[in-house]
Design a protein around this ligand. Structure first.
Ligand SMILES: Cc1cc2nc3c(=O)[nH]c(=O)nc-3n(C[C@H](O)[C@H](O)[C@H](O)COP(=O)(O)O)c2cc1C
Length: 168
């Protein structure tokens, strides 16, 4: 069966996800960040997570070379942050995604974006082949989260908010 790209995107777009911004620093110390919805947990013991990065993207080389990266789980209302780091590098050259952005350095030396639902500080564990993407697996070294707040969602190519909680 031949799967067309448009059918693949349409079908997989039906799988609603959260939205994360992954961040690292390149060997020169410059911060790098990308918006991803491919983030998922892998293992509890050891604590492993993964995300997938496009092999054609400019960010991959920097993430593959990095010994550590951070994952920020975005909250409802943080779509502006998500959009900043979802721009193609060509566009980013025209407007620096970091310009005017509120962020700081974490204890791990990696970028921290305020207002997220959770932040995971990860040591790079392994990079696996994932077709036209690379699968970056990290070991969680530190966690930060807040119990309140609602997630930013991505569904059928659009940002969404949770409309209501399903009764238990
Ligand atoms: C909601 C959302 C989720 C995304 N998820 C991923 C992802 O999991 N992996 C990926 O490589 N790109 C993903 N992208 C696209 C990247 O954010 C975008 O291609 C990248 O920032 C472009 O930068 P580059 O051209 O410098 O690599 C996503 C974009 C959006 C808006």
């Amino acid at each position: 069966m031949v799967v067309s790209a448009s059918a693949f995107r349409a079908a997989l777009g039906a799988f609603a996800t959260g939205v994360c911004v992954v961040a690292t620093r390149d060997p020169a110390g410059r911060p790098a960040a990308v918006t991803v919805n491919s983030f998922t947990s892998v293992s509890l013991d050891p604590p492993l997570v993964l995300f997938c990065l496009d092999r054609r993207g400019s960010a991959l080389a920097r993430f593959e070379a990095a010994p550590a990266w951070s994952v920020h789980v975005l909250a409802d209302g943080q779509e502006e942050l998500a959009r900043r780091f979802a721009r193609r590098s060509q566009e980013a050259l025209l407007s620096d995604p970091w310009a005017g952005l509120s962020w700081s350095d974490g204890e791990d030396g990696l970028p921290v974006f305020p207002g997220c639902l959770a932040r995971l500080s990860c040591r790079a564990e392994r990079v696996a082949d994932g077709g036209d993407h690379s699968i970056l697996i990290g070991r969680v070294a530190a966690l930060d989260w807040r119990a309140e707040g609602r997630p930013l969602l991505y569904f059928r190519g659009r940002f969404e908010a949770v409309a209501e909680r399903v009764a238990a």
